[in-house]
Write a new protein. Structure first.
Length: 283
């Protein structure tokens, strides 16, 4: 016989979304996503894992409202960027300061850390969480050798995240979708004809079978990007290359003072990351 008595605080049924008022959440800025997240937003003090199919599909645009809200509360955000020396890592999108500013994210409120190795990446994330003074921590976590090693590394981050109300976002490869993870919330992100498809793989409550389609970019973003062609990226992601043209020929090097649209499309990394974050630059 199933009891109809209300559950005590902190206890939830596995077939229903949790709406525990004691769990602090921050709105994602997207109503359709908030409706499917337990508590109505990103859980604070919990590990949030984003499995991104390809860099630059809108994953940073998805996080922009939450990061902006964190800095408005007077706290800083830390970005642990993809490590330099990880041969298995795919080319990653790097921050683009002018687009950050126009998206309402003052670079002065953000701390950017570029580790040299996977070990330094995990160490930097742990130190950020130990501080307890940050509004949000965003980190690209490289794949590790062996599922157990990856799980234990994430478990350490999850335990540290519970010490504060910091928003903790971990970006990983979709190859980890079927490996165990201690993250409270796991979402796989794909591009779907210009919209961001968010498939919730894990949450506190019943599973969500259908993906959520979010428009994180203006409707004319794809048309605006159609005329651009990027050169083959440099082997070193930290060094952005000039020479991207719309005519198929390499352009001559331009002086440092370029227009806003030229600056936003001067490299594969610039266009992928913060045209992705702020598509109005080329709209």
């Amino acid at each position: 016989m199933i009891s109809t008595e209300p559950l005590p605080p902190g206890v939830w049924r596995a077939n229903a979304l949790t709406h525990d008022q004691s769990e602090h959440c921050a709105s994602s800025g997207f109503a359709a996503l908030d409706r499917e997240l337990p508590g109505g937003g990103w859980p604070q003090g919990r590990l949030i894992e984003l499995l991104v199919d390809h860099p630059g599909i809108g994953e940073l645009s998805l996080l922009q409202p939450a990061l902006a809200a964190a800095t408005k509360r007077g706290t800083s955000c830390a970005w642990v960027l993809p490590c330099r020396q990880h041969p298995a890592a795919e080319p990653a999108a790097l921050p683009y300061a002018p687009a950050l500013s126009q998206a309402g994210l003052d670079p002065a409120d953000h701390i950017f850390i570029r580790p040299d190795s996977p070990r330094e990446s995990h160490w930097a994330l742990e130190q950020c969480l130990r501080s307890g003074q940050l509004g949000a921590v965003l980190g690209w976590v490289p794949d590790t050798q062996g599922a157990d090693a990856g799980f234990h590394a994430l478990r350490r981050l999850h335990l540290l995240a519970q010490r504060s109300r910091t928003l903790v976002f971990i970006l990983r490869s979709p190859n980890n979708a079927h490996t165990p993870s201690p993250a409270t919330l796991r979402i796989r992100l794909r591009d779907d004809a210009g919209r961001l498809s968010a498939c919730i793989l894990k949450r506190r409550g019943h599973p969500l079978l259908d993906p959520i389609l979010l428009r994180v970019r203006p409707a004319n973003w794809r048309d605006a990007m159609a005329g651009y062609r990027c050169e083959t990226p440099s082997p070193e992601p930290a060094q952005l290359k000039n020479g991207m043209t719309t005519s198929g020929r390499s352009a001559a090097r331009r002086p440092a003072s370029r227009s806003r649209s030229e600056s936003s499309t001067s490299s594969r990394y610039g266009s992928m990351s913060y045209i992705g974050l702020l598509p109005e630059l080329c709209a």
